[in-house]
Design a protein around this ligand. Sequence first.
Ligand SMILES: Cc1cc2nc3c(=O)[nH]c(=O)nc-3n(C[C@H](O)[C@H](O)[C@H](O)COP(=O)(O)OP(=O)(O)OC[C@H]3O[C@@H](n4cnc5c(N)ncnc54)[C@H](O)[C@@H]3O)c2cc1C
Length: 457
Amino acid sequence: MTNPLKRSHKRFLINLFGEDNAVFEPASLAIYGTDASKEFSWPWAVVRPESEEQIIELLKWANKEKIPIVPRARASNVVGACVPILGGVVVSTLKLNRIIEINDVDFVAVVEPGVITGDFQRKLKRYGLFYPPDPASADISTIGGNVSQNAGGLRAVKYGVTKDYVLGMDVVLPGGYKLSLGSRCHKDVVGLDLRSIMIGSEGTLGFFTKIILKLIPMPETSISLLLGFSSLDRLLHGAISILKMGLVPVAMEFMDSSVIHCIKKIKDFNIPDKANSLLIVRFDGNKADVDFSVKRCEEVLKDLDVVFYEKGEGSKEDEIWDIRRMINPAAYQLGKMKIALDICVPRSKIVEIVDFSKKKGEEKDIPVLCFGHLGDGNIHVNLMYTGDEMERSVHLVANEILNRTVEVGGTISGEHGVGILKKGFIKKQLDRHAIFIMRRIKKIFDPNNIMNPYKAY
Ligand SMILES: Cc1cc2nc3c(=O)[nH]c(=O)nc-3n(C[C@H](O)[C@H](O)[C@H](O)COP(=O)(O)OP(=O)(O)OC[C@H]3O[C@@H](n4cnc5c(N)ncnc54)[C@H](O)[C@@H]3O)c2cc1C
């Protein structure tokens, strides 16, 4: 790889970050060229800032020199959002990982962007506090990355997603200007909500240096139910009946018959064959409320065609969730590679879109697994395949599923974002005027298009 950075550029970066935190050797750069999407492009340099002042100086310089800047946290995004497609300097948040404040009176925390989400959640337990957003990647992703992708997760039915917990942030813009957006107040309606524009912006507008989060009290306890139904249709009916009772589960996760089949192959799994689809429902809160919800749920279920029922508390609850965690490894029995869509549709369209996806897969001999956050209509559709010769067919099927998703009023991404992998599809969903306005907004924040260029929109 010939590195387009001039000697003077390298000198600038070494002076600003020190020899240890400014990297130019190809062997080290290679790691920073990719993320969980497995896409790859060479960066020209990687830097690891330790302070906001360094980021301000970096963005002043990069804007003047018109050098692309690619923020990168733990690279767990699955859409190529931190792949440096035009090269440039990858800016790692690895060393920006301080929890600055946890305030149990204001119910607020202030953190640097590189704090690992799972570590933060565990630390809050000591204060009796709770930060609900819970992507399955919580132990391998950061608050900054979650804010940048507006990550969702398992608890969204009751608690919402990342954006519902971001009260404010400090952001450094190209040119080195620092914006402090929002506040530490739980309500704040002054001016246009620029904080919301930053959430989900996939690193394209500015570099977050500090994030102010809303916290809530830690729920006392939880119980999960594992329910088997004879069909996905019956499962959906059951889930809607639970919601209509006014019960608010934390999570409602479903798995279709192909997923159950795959898991049974790797785990001795006490589920009868007539259970064609599975639902996991979890309630949390104080003990009396949780017991009440479970009791009411059991009453509703009497009238539904539940073919399997298991209640889990404590370690038994963990066992139920182990089944959910097993999906990813189990899926690879059906193919060495996958295209993982995270579409979201109105709940009434879930069965239609699952049936459509499976039918399209069958037509091309591609195994399709459907599972995910039923409570939010967020379906993970995994198209499994082996060998490059299958790739074209898999992409055709994925394309048809995305088209149908938009036709039924859904979205091409419920939580993973767009990055580079889905950028070609956004025109299916977004009006061209909306895309035009998004690009104009980017130009205001980033006139020279240096922040994570050509991503997302
Ligand atoms: C096994 C697995 C399970 C997953 N489960 C879920 C899930 O349940 N829900 C979900 O929503 N996602 C999930 N994901 C996707 C992924 O974990 C999320 O997108 C996560 O938010 C990415 O966080 P990260 O810290 O790894 O960020 P990265 O992947 O490093 O970066 C993501 C984006 O954030 C930008 N960025 C990072 N830091 C900053 C900063 N300081 N300032 C500005 N921009 C910044 C980057 O440029 C990039 O565009 C999963 C991924 C895996 C591999």
